[in-house]
Design a protein around this ligand. Structure first.
Ligand code: FAD
Length: 402
């Protein structure tokens, strides 16, 4: 392999560059990214950056020793593929970029709502700086969506003495991510922080001066923030022949499928990784699209190995965290097919956890200010060893294998 192009300069992109070099790739390497900034970390954007405690989250990479050409502020606009294994050409705003190895790491972009009114999103450092400048005391902030981002923005806006209303279409916060039963346990945190939470309420459109609800009511606002999720922007890959669903469909080593998803259809010369990849998880026997930092950090190592023709597969259980309303919330595993939920401590208290079990198998855990539980459970989830369901319900007993 002589020429690798990495498209997307987020965490997955820079980690792919580092992994290729650390695995001995000596050929030409180019990173193309739509943003003008060097790759930076996004989690602090809705935390320290929004709070004004930090302004620079650039990833600490040694670009000289990585010998990587950076095409910043340039966007991939199309992809023409040769026969599998023979590379192709990325069409971009900087011209045609031929490659024999391609890493697709274009992440995801925020979803927005209908309407002509200004709606802020929070994906880039520029978004964060812009929103931060508007969070002045007394400003009326309406946040649409009580998901991870919505809760974190509400936390900071309330701490900056804004009048904050969060509008959520589901009946509880975080219903999609962790289910309504556990999501409901976080609802009291909003009132405690002085934030008005309105659930079961749909926004019809964003207008100048506020949001119009589906029922006809208008909520006035100085600033409207849409925190209703993200979607990979795969428009530049349309017509390329790659299999696209919500993300780029890949095998367990992040090799992109061409045509149908069937044995042998994964290309050896194209990988997709990070928020834009829908990868096959052997652990769960289904495809996962994980829009979290830990996957963007660790998966590129496997993708780089695959691109260099080495045997590789990614088998990690998902992990993420959120810092909201003065609490550290962490989650590991996947509860999508779990049999039951077990509480570990009183959820009206400051520190508690819940675990999802199937028989004596620990599928997933969510912890609130119980980092040790998270670490112990994560190890057990990774190993797949059984737990004692009674012991795991006792917050005084460490999470351990039966
Ligand atoms: P991205 O970081 O989205 O990077 C993709 C890059 O590709 C972008 O720079 C984009 O401009 C560029 N690009 C897109 N299309 C093109 C194109 N056609 N041509 C060239 N370049 C292109 N995760 C957690 O686990 N915990 C957290 O607390 C947490 N907090 C977060 C807070 C915020 C505000 C955000 C936005 C995300 C947070 N995340 C968190 C998620 C985590 O940051 C993402 O999972 C991670 O950034 C994904 O990295 P990525 O490299 O796949 O994609």
């Amino acid at each position: 392999m002589q020429r690798v192009i990495v498209v997307g300069g987020g965490l997955a992109g820079v980690r792919a560059v580092e992994a290729l070099r650390s695995k001995g790739y000596e050929g030409a390497l180019t990173l193309v990214s739509a943003e003008r900034h060097l790759p930076y970390d996004r989690p602090p954007l809705s935390k320290a950056v929004l709070a004004g405690e930090s302004d620079d989250t650039t990833v600490d990479a040694d670009w000289d020793s990585l010998r990587c050409d950076l095409l910043l502020g340039e966007r991939a606009t199309g992809l023409r593929l040769a026969e599998p294994g023979r590379g192709g050409v990325v069409a971009s705003t900087a011209g045609d970029l031929p490659f024999d190895g391609l890493v697709i790491a274009t992440g995801a972009a925020p979803v927005t709502l209908p309407g002509d009114g200004r709606q802020h999103v929070l994906r880039t450092i520029d978004d964060a700086r812009d929103l931060r400048s508007r969070l002045s005391g007394g400003a009326r902030i309406v946040i649409i969506g009580a998901g991870w981002i919505g809760a974190e923005v509400a936390t900071t806006a309330a701490a900056r003495s804004c009048a904050v209303t969060v509008v959520e279409a589901a009946d509880t916060p975080l219903a999609n991510a962790i289910g309504p039963e556990v999501g409901a346990l976080t609802a009291p945190w909003y009132a405690e922080a002085g934030v008005e939470l309105r659930t079961g309420v749909k926004v019809a459109e964003v207008r100048d001066g506020g949001v119009l609800l589906a029922g006809g009511e208008e909520i006035p606002a100085d600033v409207v923030v849409a925190g209703i999720g993200v979607r990979p922007d795969l428009s530049w890959l349309e017509g390329s022949g790659l299999l696209l669903e919500r993300g780029v469909v890949t095998d367990a080593a992040f090799r992109a499928h061409q045509g149908e998803e069937e044995p042998g259809s994964a290309r050896p010369d194209v990988v997709a990784v990070g928020d834009c990849a829908a990868w096959w998880s052997g652990r769960y026997g289904r495809r996962l699209l994980v829009e979290h930092w830990d996957t963007a950090l660790n998966a590129p190592d496997v993708a780089a190995a695959a691109l260099l023709g080495q045997d590789a597969a990614y088998d990690a259980a998902p992990y993420f965290w959120s810092e909201q309303f003065g609490r550290m919330v962490q989650y590991a595993g996947s509860h999508a097919a779990s049999e039951r939920l077990v509480h570990r401590g009183d959820p009206s208290g400051r520190k508690w956890a819940v675990v999802w079990l199937t028989g004596d198998r620990l599928d997933a855990i969510l912890t609130v200010d119980r980092p040790r539980d998270l670490v112990q459970a994560r190890r057990i989830i990774a190993a797949g060893t059984p737990v004692d369901p009674d012991a795991v319900a006792d917050p005084e007993v460490p999470v351990r294998q039966a």
